[in-house]
Design a protein around this ligand. Structure first.
Ligand code: MLT
Length: 264
């Protein structure tokens, strides 16, 4: 499978392009609040990665470079030569794959609740087992397993973002879930790339992230030459939903200080 998928996307605002990539197994709507906040100064583009949201869900393994090529093809289609590309979790793995493929397309890079290392063998085997269960039982397998760990323990059990996230996950077709699980399992260690990222990098983490602990963000920040490290308080793995304003402010501050002032 080498052809690029024609990704569904939402765009907002005008200015320097900022492409926001969602994590697994979500869609571009998770960035709604940040896009609204940034769109007075930036052109935000929120694709649904292949197999998610309104994008096609072809059969096969969704390797990170394959998903990255879809995003670069969307930038081509929109006439965007260079952009800030930021990714949440799996979207961060895709962002690093895009950097490896086409660093010249980046103005800056963001890794939100993400990391640069490969899976351990245990995590990889868990992904294969989960993929088999999703094949039989559907996407509820991942909403059941992920939801209890996605948010900070301080989040009220009736907070609407829990249902919102469940609905998004259940809307992700099993083919998309399985393709992504297999793609993530196949990804190599990208940590050696970090020292060579020549554009400004935002590393943002939630202080209560149980899926990718904040120490990963600190480890990455030590390796990146031009880094802004932000820890969002009272946030788990979904800072853009749990603390939308603090997350938007951190993104805006980074974009204004590290991109707008340099480019503008
Ligand atoms: C995500 O949020 O994208 C995933 O949890 C990442 C992963 O499973 O490694």
């Amino acid at each position: 499978m080498t052809t690029t998928a024609n990704l569904a996307y939402v765009e907002q605002g005008q200015g320097i392009p900022v492409v926001l990539l969602h994590g697994f197994p979500l869609n571009g709507s998770i960035w709604h609040d940040q896009a609204r906040s940034l769109s007075d100064q930036f052109h935000t583009v929120m694709p649904d990665l292949r197999g998610h949201g309104g994008s096609p869900a072809p059969d096969g393994n969704y390797d990170m470079p394959l998903m990255a090529r879809d995003v670069l093809a969307l930038m081509d289609k929109l006439g965007i030569e260079k952009a800030v590309i930021m990714g949440h979790s799996m979207g961060g793995y895709v962002t690093l794959a895009a950097w490896a493929l086409a660093p010249e397309r980046f103005l800056a890079l963001g890794l939100i609740s993400s990391h640069a290392w490969a899976d351990t063998e245990e995590v990889r085997q868990n992904r294969f087992t989960t993929a088999e269960r999703v094949f039989v039982q559907g996407s509820s397998v991942v909403s059941d397993s992920m939801l209890p760990r996605l948010f900070a323990p301080t989040l009220a059990p009736d907070d609407p973002i829990i249902d919102q996230t469940r609905t998004i996950i259940l809307g992700t077709p099993p083919r998309g879930v399985i393709g992504s699980l297999r793609g993530m399992a196949a990804r190599p260690d990208s940590s050696e790339l970090l020292a060579h990222i020549s554009v400004p990098v935002l590393v943002l983490t939630g202080d209560a992230d149980a899926i990718i602990p904040p120490v990963r963000a600190e480890e990455m920040a030590k390796r990146v030459p031009n880094v802004t490290l932000i820890t969002v308080e009272n946030a788990g793995h979904m800072p853009m939903l749990e603390q939308p304003q603090a997350t938007a402010l951190a993104m805006r501050t980074f974009l204004v200080e590290q991109v707008l002032r340099r480019e503008g």
